[in-house]
Design a protein around this ligand. Structure first.
Ligand code: SAM
Length: 227
């Protein structure tokens, strides 16, 4: 069965999607489950590593989906032609890796595709990528599964420059407007941890004042968002 995390990503793939590219697909679970539901859809499962690529091929073969899903070996967006996919999913990695895959693969983006991104950590780096590259965040959510918190963001190219405040980059502009239960739980837990970290940092022989101030600013943003 598909995890809650990937199920939520799958539900965000628009019904009129013709070609999905799932980058860092590992066992190609997401393309397999969506193609089973939508027989007229095509998908590309991209993998940079040989082992997961083989796992993807095995899974696609077992599901009898070889006509619908093309498994390709390569780094990030290098496996697709520009504009080939109308929806791109990148899930289960850190925000840093996801944003570098998008930055390195800019020439493969036509500007018409929907990006569904699911960072395990550092979602703020994806929001930073959005601002730097003129993408707007259309949807974002936080979910909890097996004790871990995950974020999902949906981005599209914007006609106008995009601006988010530092606070919005940190917590999410849409989550700030409509926080859900998982968002509250996640940030309450970060708040507790960060308070302890600041206490420890203050006790260092030479406290890193700049870092302490940044963390205190973040604590303030979290407190505001949870009140
Ligand atoms: N997307 C699946 C999910 O959400 O469950 C698999 C996530 S798995 C933790 C991350 C996968 O990304 C690994 O199989 C890894 O080989 C692949 N990967 C890492 N860097 C990549 C890159 N630059 N291009 C393509 N795949 C990459």
């Amino acid at each position: 069965v598909l995890s809650q995390r990937l199920t939520q990503v799958k539900q965000l793939i628009p019904h009129d999607t013709k070609v999905l590219a799932d980058i860092g697909s590992d066992h190609a679970q997401l393309p397999c489950y969506i193609c089973l539901e939508r027989p007229s859809m095509k998908a590309i499962a991209g993998e940079v590593n040989e082992g997961p690529k083989q796992a993807a091929i095995n899974q696609v073969t077992q599901f009898g989906l070889s006509d619908q899903i093309d498994v390709r070996l390569g780094d990030g967006l290098s496996v697709i032609e520009r504009g080939e996919a109308d929806c791109i999913t990148i899930a289960g990695m850190g925000g840093s890796l996801i944003s570098s895959i998008l930055t390195d693969g800019q020439d493969k983006l036509s500007g018409d595709e929907l990006l569904i991104l699911q960072p395990n950590i550092d979602a703020n780096l994806i929001r930073r990528f959005a601002v730097d590259n003129q993408f707007v965040i259309n949807y974002e959510t936080v979910l909890q599964e097996d004790g871990y918190y995950y974020e999902i963001l949906v981005l599209t190219k914007s006609a106008q420059p995009v601006n988010y405040t530092e606070r919005e980059l940190y917590l999410g502009p849409l989550m700030l407007q409509q926080p859900n239960q998982a968002f509250r739980e996640k940030w309450s837990s970060v708040y507790q941890n960060q308070q302890d970290i600041i206490q420890n940092m203050k006790q260092a022989k030479v406290p890193n004042q700049e870092k302490i101030e940044q963390f205190e600013q973040e604590l303030h943003w979290i407190k505001e968002a949870l009140s």
